[in-house]
Design a protein around this ligand. Structure first.
Ligand code: GDP
Ligand code: MG
Length: 177
């Protein structure tokens, strides 16, 4: 039989993209390890973390890739996108520029990745509500127009982080199964 507990039915690669300092690494730390660190260092080297979950009685191993501090335009290599079936497109809701850059990230993403890619637009740092620079409706409208899922999250307070990843992974599962 092998070890039933080790059986993996699916492996889904999901990439995190978006400007530097929007909270990509902390979203990943929160999702994969339920951790958050206030003084997170810029990510060095290509890194991914895995989290295994059960969807519809199937064991799904998610492999979540984090940019290696290569957030400058076109600095993310095609190897990063290769094989990705999901993407978290992250902006900081207190930084308008990080939202304005989303269109560029989306273009780059669509230029590299699979046609059926499931994409979640993520407005992170919703715990900083008083500093909001991106109205929810603006992001919602963009997401609708571009056919993306959308959620506002806080890696700090753990708001919607699991839901955001779970939504993407469940949708990927729905498409491929
Ligand atoms: P990355 O460059 O996109 O990977 O961003 P990081 O994950 O390194 O986060 C950048 C900074 O934003 C760090 O100082 C984090 O502590 C902070 N940060 C990340 N997520 C949140 C959040 O949800 N709320 C708040 N208030 N700060 C956050
Ligand atoms: Mg990072």
């Amino acid at each position: 039989y092998g070890d039933y507990n080790q059986r993996i039915d699916y492996v889904f690669k999901v990439v995190l993209i978006g400007d530097s300092a929007v909270g990509k690494s902390q979203l990943l730390a929160r999702f994969a390890r339920n951790e958050f660190s206030v003084d997170s260092k810029a990510t060095i080297g290509v890194e991914f973390q895995t989290k295994t979950l059960v969807i519809d009685n199937k064991t799904v191993k998610s492999q979540i890739w984090d940019t290696a501090g290569q957030e400058r335009y076109r600095a993310v290599t095609s190897a990063y996108y290769r094989g990705a079936v999901g993407a978290m497109l992250v902006y900081d809701m207190t930084k308008r520029q990080s939202f304005d850059n989303i269109a560029r990230w989306l273009e780059e993403l669509r230029g590299h990745a699979d046609q059926n890619l499931v994409i979640m637009l993520v407005g992170n740092k919703c715990d900083l509500g008083s500093l909001r620079a991106v109205p929810t409706e603006d992001a919602q409208e963009f997401a609708q127009r571009e056919n993306l899922f959308f959620m506002e999250t806080s890696a700090l307070e753990s708001t919607n982080v699991e839901t955001a990843f779970f939504t993407v992974l469940t949708e990927i599962y729905r498409i491929i199964s």
